[in-house]
Design a protein around this ligand. Structure first.
Ligand code: TXA
Ligand code: MG
Length: 328
């Protein structure tokens, strides 16, 4: 079933565009992806070019199902089978040894490939119609905020360059969990909706969190500055709000992302954020994007999780907010 947005004719047009080596942005449950045929090295190079993405940052390959995933990888361990069975389609990306026919452009010259099966009817209809895997980095220019609506993608790329399949608003709002199955213990390289304990339980293996400290970046999306709005942004403790606003130069305004019960004095602006983690994740990127458009001097994000280490989905939100507000 294709949703209310993209129709059969749109999918067919997208398939033709992709088979010619073109780029098609597609909706997923997390964020929009910028698609190109994963086995077409030139098309993949086009994705890097369009995004302005550093060559060293590998792409996630999107598949219709586990069978397509197995063809992308040169090994399919029991952990992969168990995780795919339990979490696909869904916001989990697994890293496996790559198959020979996956071009080096996709994996940034590395021997591993990241694979996921997105939980969105339009993405699945596209992948099934193609019968081929697609690379799909978030459909933003490199370093920018990930897109959660088709208009975010249209604002970033000219229509002549990127065809956008409309799937409405992305339900989840932040990118998939990335877990590397090629190391022991397994390692979560990017936190997301599916947490390390859940992964460990299903894979029947130990799971560590965080990129390995030594050597070249294992997951360059984990570099500190990422997902960032253009306006300077800061993540603050709720108790520091008054002092933060008071320290701004006379007449300059901040946009404050925080709960409904804050008192925000003029000329500052208040963007109300929901209290639950799922609702927060779903609108976080959009809120950062809108704040960026308000021409404020500063975007102030009031820490949404309680004191102490963020847990569960809050850990993924904290990761993204930390990057969006990292000093530049
Ligand atoms: O939810 C998502 O994963 C979205 C949607 C569109 O599917 N895609 C996405 O792609 O977030 P991107 O390119 O923005 O982020 C991919 C992340 C980066 O941190 C990248 O470094 C990492 O996955 N990655 C890709 N291939 C890898 C590999 N072989 N080994 C380790 N990390 C890898
Ligand atoms: Mg991205």
């Amino acid at each position: 079933m294709i949703g209310v947005h993209a129709r059969r004719a749109d999918i067919d047009r997208a398939v033709r565009r992709l088979r010619r080596g073109g780029l098609v942005a597609f909706p997923t449950e997390t964020v929009y992806g910028l698609g190109a045929l994963a086995r077409d090295a030139r098309a993949v190079a086009g994705v890097f070019h369009a995004k302005g993405r550093p060559r060293g940052n590998p792409l996630i390959v999107h598949v219709a199902d586990a069978a397509m995933a197995r063809a992308v990888a040169s090994a399919w361990p029991a952990s992969a089978a168990a995780l795919a069975e339990r979490f696909w389609p869904g916001p989990l990306t697994i890293v496996l040894p790559k198959a020979r026919d996956i071009p080096d452009e996709v994996t940034a010259g590395g021997r591993t490939v990241a694979v996921r099966c997105p939980d969105h009817p339009v993405a699945l209809a596209l992948l099934e119609a193609l019968g081929e895997p697609l690379v799909g980095p978030s459909a933003n220019r490199s370093g920018g905020v990930s897109p959660t609506r088709p208009e975010h993608v249209r604002a970033a790329f000219p229509a002549s360059e990127v065809l956008v399949l409309d799937g409405g608003r992305c339900e989840r709002g932040i990118e998939s969990t990335v877990v590397d199955l090629t190391q022991t213990p397994l390692r979560v390289l990017r936190p997301g909706f599916i947490g390390p304990a859940e992964i460990a339980g299903v894979a029947g293996a130990e799971v560590e969190v965080g990129s390995a400290s030594a050597g070249p970046a294992r997951s360059p999306g984990l570099l500190p500055v990422h997902y960032a709005p253009g306006t300077p942004a800061r993540l603050i403790d709720p108790k520091d709000l008054e002092a933060t606003l008071a320290a701004l130069p006379e007449g300059s305004a901040a946009v404050v992302l925080g709960p409904a019960d804050l008192h925000i004095p003029q000329p500052h602006m208040h963007r109300t954020m929901p209290e639950g983690a799922e609702a927060y994740a779903a609108c976080m990127y959009e809120a950062l994007r809108e704040s960026d458009n308000r021409r404020a001097a500063l975007v102030v994000v009031v820490r949404p999780w309680g004191p102490g280490e963020p847990e569960g989905l809050w850990a993924a939100i904290a990761d993204r907010l930390g990057r969006a507000t990292a000093p530049r």
